[in-house]
Design a protein. Structure first.
Length: 206
């Protein structure tokens, strides 16, 4: 059982980050500002949630990762335990915690955008993942690119993507499941696709 005073001392130290909420999680407690969970307290130890910006600092200090048991199998989470050295550097600890909080906020925003993408017709988890890999991470970005330009970016990552993916993207933007796209739209897309495939093949053979 974690003593209440331990939680209070941690939240007081991190108070400059904002109003910290404490909830039960992972058999311990999660720390969040708003809806962004940036740390957990497990067995009295503070673990910071790594992100792209904070991970180099956390790994450089060779901090221990949080490990939980899932169905009897140990699972390591991307949370790093604050050691005694870092506790003795409260300003540095606060700076790294701020990076973790910002990373958690960015993760939440990306997840929100991804959910928005998957609300579109034809956009399942796999296509949403490919779009993100191609740098198209939101509905607005997909609309700005358009179906054809988005398909070209996806095709650059996966040469096996074909006409149905182009139909799926156009349907997502126009509100149709790709099977229900109007015939004239499909015909125009097919013509463009065949021309573009021929062009790509010529470039490959050069």
């Amino acid at each position: 059982m974690i003593k209440k005073g331990r939680i209070e001392s941690i939240t007081q130290l991190l108070d400059p980050l904002g109003a910290i909420k404490v909830r039960t999680q992972f058999g311990g407690y999660s720390l969040s500002v708003g809806k962004a969970v940036f740390a957990v307290v497990s067995q009295g130890e503070l673990y910071l949630r790594a992100c792209e910006a904070s991970k180099p600092y956390l790994c450089e200090r060779k901090l221990q990762t949080l490990q939980l048991q899932k169905r009897g199998v140990p699972v390591r989470l991307d949370y790093y335990r604050v050691n005694e050295t870092l506790w003795r550097e409260p300003e540095q600890l606060l700076a790294i915690s701020r990076l973790c909080l910002q990373g958690a906020r960015e993760h939440n925003e990306q997840s929100k955008q991804a959910r928005g993408m998957r609300d579109l017709p034809n956009i399942g988890h796999q296509l949403e993942r490919l779009l993100r890999e191609a740098g198209i991470g939101s509905v607005n970005m997909l609309r700005a690119q358009g179906a054809k330009a988005s398909w070209l970016k996806l095709r650059a990552l996966n040469k096996h993507l074909g006409l149905n993916t182009l139909y799926a993207l156009e349907g997502a933007l126009s509100g149709f499941y790709y099977q229900a796209l109007p015939g004239e739209v499909k015909a125009e897309l097919r013509s463009w696709y065949e021309t573009k495939i021929a062009q790509l093949e010529r470039e490959r053979c050069r």
